[in-house]
Design a protein around this ligand. Structure first.
Ligand code: XIL
Length: 325
């Protein structure tokens, strides 16, 4: 299988890891998009399983868009990642405006149960809590959940998630916690505390929306950070990889960065999944105003396929890393 691997599908099976992609339901009518999507053996809904999408008003669940992704994954033999249950973004207004601990707790627990029970048996792992730490990791983010329930909302969310689907792995997911920093230390201490308290958690997702310079994150620090999480007995996954291509950097530099990140996961037995955050540069979330793109406003071209679905050097490097040294 490893010799003569033709595409990511071959390379993924050879690597024994889940090689995932974030999918948008609205793009599944495009032939080139679907063809590329089928090269992966795992999928995450880019937006369709978020609170704003599946519970836009209290207790009125709508799984139509999420089911499109879940069905596509099933029909194509892909594992499914659930993303994300408790997050301050893409949260409906009715949740952000709740004004008592009782109301926030009830909404959060009902949401977790409603969504997880719908997808029970179909989702390998859920991002139970997403981006709870503020940007630099100095404190927990002042979300509606934190404001009303305090830090304990995270434990409560994971406990409810385990009950709702005992088979699903439960992950904490965040960005900028890849290297050794105040933020990755905060995440590490948080999950260690959860384990000490007997809170059910199975892994940490490192989003990995990264840049080309090799100190963002430094691979040596990424390796150490993954190892300390693994040493707790947790999975550590690359959950939303994309590599911004800015400032006159080359396609080869971008490819090298992809290679190094994938190789780092492959070097860590407790890293079962590498997911890229989209297929083609054309539809990357980083093209949108306000997204963390390039410093000078340049288009970041962060993914494995270019705007016209041509495979980039990053694609070859990603594949080569999966196939191993
Ligand atoms: C992004 C999606 O890619 C965009 O389409 C959407 O407009 C905003 O959210 N961290 C996460 C993801 O956990 O859910 C985000 O996805 C990117 C950052």
């Amino acid at each position: 299988m490893c010799e003569g691997a033709q595409d990511l599908t071959d390379a993924a099976s050879c690597s024994g890891r889940l090689v995932g992609v974030a999918l948008a339901a609205s793009r599944l009518s495009e032939e080139s998009y679907v063809e590329a999507a089928r090269e992966f053996n795992a999928a995450t809904a880019e937006n369709e399983m978020k609170w704003g999408s599946n519970e836009p008003s209290p207790g009125r669940f709508n799984f139509a868009a999420g089911d499109v992704i879940a069905d596509f994954a099933r029909d194509n033999g892909m594992e499914l990642k659930g993303h994300a249950l408790v997050w301050h973004n893409q949260l409906p207004g009715w949740v952000s405006s709740l004004d008592s601990a009782e109301a926030v707790r009830a909404a959060m627990l009902d949401h977790i149960r409603g969504v997880m029970e719908h997808y029970r048996g179909r989702v390998r792992a859920w991002d139970v809590v997403n981006e709870a730490w503020n940007d630099d990791g100095s404190a927990l983010r002042d979300s509606v959940f934190y404001r009303h329930l305090g830090a304990g909302y995270i434990d409560e969310a994971f406990i409810a998630a385990r009950e709702a689907d005992p088979e699903a792995k439960l992950y904490y997911n965040d960005f900028d916690g890849e290297d050794l920093s105040m933020k990755s230390n905060a995440i590490y201490e948080m999950v260690r505390g959860m384990l000490d308290r007997g809170v059910p958690i199975d892994g940490v997702g490192l989003q990995m929306h990264v840049r080309i310079p090799d100190d963002e994150p430094a691979i040596a620090e990424l390796t150490q950070n993954m190892q300390r999480i693994a040493d707790l007995g947790l999975d550590v996954v690359v959950s939303e990889l994309d590599v911004r291509h800015c400032n006159g950097e080359t396609a080869e530099q971008q490819a090298a960065r992809y290679h190094d990140v994938v190789a780092t996961c492959l070097g860590q037995p407790r890293c079962p999944e590498i997911t890229v955050w989209g297929i083609t540069d054309r539809y990357s979330w980083l093209n949108a105003a306000g997204a963390p793109g390039c410093p000078d406003g340049e288009t970041p071209h962060p993914l494995l396929w270019d705007n016209d679905y041509q495979k980039k050097p990053a694609y070859d490097a990603f594949m080569a890393a999966l196939l191993g040294p």
